[in-house]
Ligand binder design. Sequence first.
Ligand SMILES: *Cc1c(COP(=O)(O)O)cnc(C)c1O
Length: 398
Amino acid sequence: MKKFDPATNIQAIDMKDAQRGVNPSICDSATFMFEKAKTMTDTFHGETEGYFLYSRHWNPSTLALCKALAAMEGTELAWTTGSGMAAITVALLHEVKAGDHILSSMTTYGGTFAFLNNYIKKFGVEVDFVNMQDLDAVKKAIKPNTKVLYTETMNNPLLRIANIPELSKIAHANGAKLLVDNTFTPMIFSPYQLGADVVIYSMTKYVNGMNDCVAGAICGTADYINSLINVNDGTAMLLGPVLDPMRSASIQKNLHTLHIRMKQHSANAMYLAKRFKETGIKYNYPGLPEHVDHELFTEMMNEGFGYGGMISIDMGTADRASAIMEKMQELGVGYLAVSLGYFKTLFSNSGKSTSSEVPEDIQKEMGMSEGLIRFSVGLDNDPERTFQLIKQAIEATK
Ligand SMILES: *Cc1c(COP(=O)(O)O)cnc(C)c1O
């Protein structure tokens, strides 16, 4: 296990503002004034410390959140966006030009898959999808023009784990960068510490955890982040998907409870996994030794945050899954809704929702059953009650 403690890194940050308020104040300004014209010119060229120019570039409130995120990942810097998809598309577009090649995991978030499979190709970028669990297949699929290896640390909905240290070696040996979406497993994994070049989040999920906003983040070296926001050719600066400072401030406050939430999400999911196992319900959870990637997970994880809050059960058919989900909602297990990382339990049928952009033949190749119900387990205080309600829903629909 790696000795890296993202939670303590966040806790160590001095958050006080200029008036000694304990939370960073919200800087409600789009533009910033200068006493001297020369300072403005220098700031434009990125040559002044402590000056802000315009909030599409930096804003003090978003910078405070970015510093906290960088502390969490152990990167030099971070940049926040108005959605996870904005973070993903900006990070990918920044690395490639026409004629370049992106090698992506076959199992990515549906929107990412759609962007890579249907959208980015119109700019003359080649994309191939590969089973990231098969390192030999990855090596074979690398081409001389491969610039990016793209994967999620934990994939959806099968909860397979990417071998970040090995993928990093493969990418770097071929002059490519490894970009990792760590949305499902903040704190649990620190991909940059494991060799990734760039770490991406949809903060909509666990990082914020309140389901009250959509937001994203990109973490990396200072040179890299500064190149993203370069006024002449920075993808983030030019496409402009900036996060609002008011939202930055609210996300930053939630970030300070992320470690406690992750521990509880993980503990509750582990509880359900054990009860599903005892009861003979077909389940999938990387925290138990039966999961194919349990060992790899354990080798890569930071200590103390558990095996995550995502768990799935296989109910065979889509109709059966639908009936069970409706019954679970009626009984109060949580909501039939997409998304994850919320304090209430959310569930959905992956094949018909969050992975519906993935063609059915690829779903089959991934090993996805049409009756798969994915749970994002909430912060329930009594997980035995949750289990009993799920069991009741399963039995009621037999
Ligand atoms: C939700 C999600 C995204 C997209 O993020 P948005 O904030 O909805 O734009 C990307 N990757 C993963 C793994 C996600 O779960």
